[in-house]
Write a protein that binds this ligand. Sequence first.
Ligand code: GYE
Length: 331
Amino acid sequence: MIARRLVAVLFLPFLFCGCAQEAGSMAGTTGKDPIVVGFSQVGAESEWRVANTESMKAALSEENGYELFFDDARNMQENQIRAMRNFIQQDVDYIVFSPRVETGWDSILQEAKEAEIPVIVIDRGIVAADDSLYRAYIGSDFREEGEKAVKWLEDILEKQERTGEDIRIVHIQGTLGSSAQISRTGALEQAIQRNANWRMIEQECGDFTRAKTYEVMGAILKRTKDIDVVYCENDGEALGAIDAMEEAGLKCNPEDGVIVVSFDATKKGLEYCFEGRIALNVECNPLQGPYVDEIIKKLSRGEQVERKKFVDETLFDFYTITKGMIEKRGY
Ligand code: GYE
């Protein structure tokens, strides 16, 4: 196995095209074999994602006993599958991946299983034919995040005594088919059903990016400017939507403007929240590296691991956020 891996490490990197190869020195200075991990990241579409990548690289570092093969799939599932297949050919010890979408992973996971390479899913969840296709999942409870957002919205509209008026909602969705999108969308759609005065006037995909959302929001604003709430599924989308609305002369704030709801709570998102331009920012914690490290170390020692773990998350709103909270934010 070691000999096979040595060959793989020496030659296979040249077969990877367009992927950042970050192999450390074999065996390191400790005299122990490093744990070889292939990590397929979905892309670099958001600040959240960049923080997630950094957390993973910091935790799975050479000093920490790892050799990391990192691949950025540029937001394409087929690239992720290709990278995972390369990791299998390289006979890595573990595969970690952040799936772009929920479905379509069964065959590649089966290949990993046949090669006896344990797979750890991070961030977004998957729907797999069979539970034995991956060892552990670590990520966020996206449905819970969505529930926090709609509950907050119900409360604020009640406080503002707006339960009797139509609430016109624009919904910007994340990458369609991703578990983050499915669950955050699910929470809103269900809340619309139970609140007779909430109207979904537009629903478009912003693909979790500022640029795409700026475009789709611009198009929406040509159709209507009568908007009460914009529900964006991450900070990038919120920033893009706000850019477009402010340019069109709309004010964004929860007191006398459009109420913008967002997810992630990155530093930039929190700054917008402090100003009220984002009224509510539900935290989504990207710092998953240390948990992945813990899982891998446990598996390497032959210990049991939790099959599913959600990271801790909170929320921030315009009324309670402080400067101190923003300063503490590292990403
Ligand atoms: O909210 C968004 C990112 O999957 C939780 O993906 C993640 C989402 C996050 O691009 O910013």
